[in-house]
Design a protein around this ligand. Structure first.
Ligand code: KIV
Length: 296
């Protein structure tokens, strides 16, 4: 029996090539099968199953409530829809902090669920060990620096990071450590454009920016932001390409009105019994009534 292995069109090698050739990388988040399918068919390089799903899908006020089980479910759904692009799954809060063993096991489970790589935040000694052990185990890793949402309570709010030469150098050193530990890419979130440019120019691996200006190797945005679906707030750096909030609200209001006014369903939207079955049903009803009155 021959086993055919279908490799994705986009791999970690594509990321490296685009960095070498000065080509832009595109990444979007997605959390469900059909959105992943649409983004994949549109030609995006990578889909991130971000733990931002905690806010935009599950309605929490931050990402720290997201569990491994949440990530496994949404990663599997996205992986079924994304046939050609590289699927990266976020490791949720506290899934990689307690021990290297537990971190590698959790990362492995995200790969088994269908991800091609995992992303984790920070660059402490422990995180660098996790990155090394994941890569040694065959799990590609994306780093995440600058504003790191899982550290929201330590950072004291949604604040731009790397706002001085010293802080920029600090993030650059973190990025280099991640690169040396084996990460194939680093996300830079909410850092000044000049800092992100400096860091990008001093790394061999690609950077993907979100709120990090124009000079990172690639860009990532949250699906619900570009689609205009998440209406709680709009980050300065997000661009809205559609207004799904209005489209969804209008569709729901029209449906409610149609049902209320008897305009839905229409004749073409129902199933029918044939005439013979209708006559038979009438006979059955008569017999049934007779039986009921006899037994009284
Ligand atoms: O969870 C997420 O969506 C992310 C992006 C903001 C990069 O990590």
């Amino acid at each position: 029996m021959s086993v055919e292995t279908k490799f994705k069109d986009i791999t970690t090698a594509t990321f490296a090539r685009k960095k070498r050739n000065n080509e832009k990388l595109t990444m979007l988040t997605a959390y469900d099968f059909s959105t992943a399918k649409y983004f994949d068919e549109a030609g995006v390089d990578s889909i991130l199953v971000g733990d931002s799903l905690g806010m935009v899908v599950l309605g929490y006020d931050s990402t720290v409530h997201v569990t491994m089980n949440d990530m496994l479910t949404f990663t599997a759904a996205v992986a079924r829809g994304a046939k050609r692009c590289l699927v990266v799954a976020d490791m949720p809060f506290m899934s990689y902090h307690l021990s290297v063993e537990e971190a590698v096991k959790n990362a492995g489970n995200l790969i088994k669920a269908g991800a091609s790589a995992v992303k984790l935040e920070g660059a402490s000694e422990h995180i660098l060990n996790v990155v090394k052990r994941c890569v040694e185990s065959g799990i590609p890793v994306v780093g995440h620096l600058g504003f790191t949402p899982q550290y929201l309570n330590v950072l004291g709010g949604y604040k731009v990071q790397g706002k001085s030469a010293q802080n920029t150098m600090f993030i650059m050193n973190q990025a280099k450590k991640l690169q040396n530990a084996g990460a194939f890419c680093v996300v830079l979130e909410m850092v000044p454009e000049e800092s992100a440019k400096f860091i990008t120019e001093h790394l061999d691996i690609p950077t993907i920016g979100i709120g990090a200006g124009r000079y990172t190797t690639g860009q990532v945005l949250v699906a619900d932001d570009i689609l205009g679906k998440f209406s709680e707030f709009k980050p300065k750096f997000a661009r809205k390409y559609a207004d799904l909030h209005s489209i969804i609200s209008d569709a729901a209001a029209k449906y409610i009105s149609d049902v209320t006014n008897g305009n839905f369903p229409s004749v073409s939207e129902v199933f029918h019994l044939d005439d013979e079955s209708i006559s038979e049903l009438k006979e059955l009803l008569e017999n049934n009534n007779n039986e009921c009155s006899c037994s009284k």
